[in-house]
Design a protein around this ligand. Structure first.
Ligand code: PGA
Length: 250
């Protein structure tokens, strides 16, 4: 694992975008695993900027998103499909049919989860997976749990996550209580993983996830076992790691 520090959010975003951009340049028909939330917005902005300058071509790229709320209409501005369209897909030349987000409105969610796993396999797996980290240590919507061996499945969101995501909705009551997410096993199958984190409120959980015991109660701790993880974090998010493990930061 490499931990790359950045002075601020803009710089963290640009550095992480560099790696995604290199992936697209080196393998134009790659499969990108994508994430939503506040943290990756700057990464997508940077990718759009490089696309507009003619430096990137998404015409052969396929994408699979980590997760989606259950029961939120796909056209709702806070659905993760809307988020991806607004922040990336509508601004680059990716064919929309190449983009995939789990369907949180499927009648049969078990069948939807199985379909999503199959879809990822049929694309040849994820070349590079972008991740944020939640305050619970979640990746995707994999909340603290008693096991790691999950594939795409339905989850009940934790109170901490509902509170954190309420900032995107009119009120906490409007945040969906359930979601569908790639499982930990699904995420761990990606060839390369890029994790982004910014802000002091991530400093404790980032240190626990990257240096604490590997335990499904801190879902992101499994990343310690992945062979190719690059973490891009700003100095605020690195505060605790900087104190306890300064030698680990590049
Ligand atoms: P955030 O969410 O980027 O909005 O902090 C991270 C996550 O929940 O994965």
């Amino acid at each position: 694992m490499r931990i790359i520090s950045a002075p601020d959010y803009a710089s963290m975003s640009r550095k992480a975008a560099n790696l995604l951009s290199a992936q697209v340049i080196l393998k134009p028909d790659c499969v990108l695993g994508l994430a939503t939330g506040g943290t990756p917005v700057g990464v997508y902005k940077q990718l759009v900027n490089w696309y507009e300058k003619g430096d990137l071509d998404f015409s052969k790229v396929h994408t699979v998103n980590l997760d989606e709320y259950i029961g939120l209409p796909v056209t709702h501005p806070q659905s993760y499909r809307s988020f991806m369209n607004d922040n990336l897909f509508n601004h680059v030349n990716i064919p929309i049919e190449n983009t995939n987000v789990p369907n949180g409105n499927a009648h049969n969610m078990d069948a939807e989860c199985a379909r999503y796993e199959k879809l990822i396999d049929s694309l040849g797996g994820v070349d590079m997976q972008l991740l944020g980290i939640g305050n619970t240590g979640h990746i995707g919507f994999n909340e603290p749990h008693d096991r790691f061996d999950t594939t795409t499945h339905v989850v009940t969101l934790s109170e901490v996550t509902i509170r954190a995501n309420a900032r995107f909705f009119d009120s906490e009551a409007d945040v969906p209580r359930y979601a569908v997410t790639m499982g930990i096993q699904t995420i761990m199958k990606a060839q390369k993983i890029v994790l982004v984190a910014n802000g002091e409120n991530k400093a404790d959980i980032l240190e626990k996830a990257l240096f604490g015991p590997i335990n499904p109660q801190i879902p992101a701790s499994i990343l310690q076992l992945h062979r190719d993880v690059t973490v891009f974090a700003d100095e605020a998010a690195l505060k605790v790691i900087r104190e306890k493990h300064p030698q680990a930061i590049d």
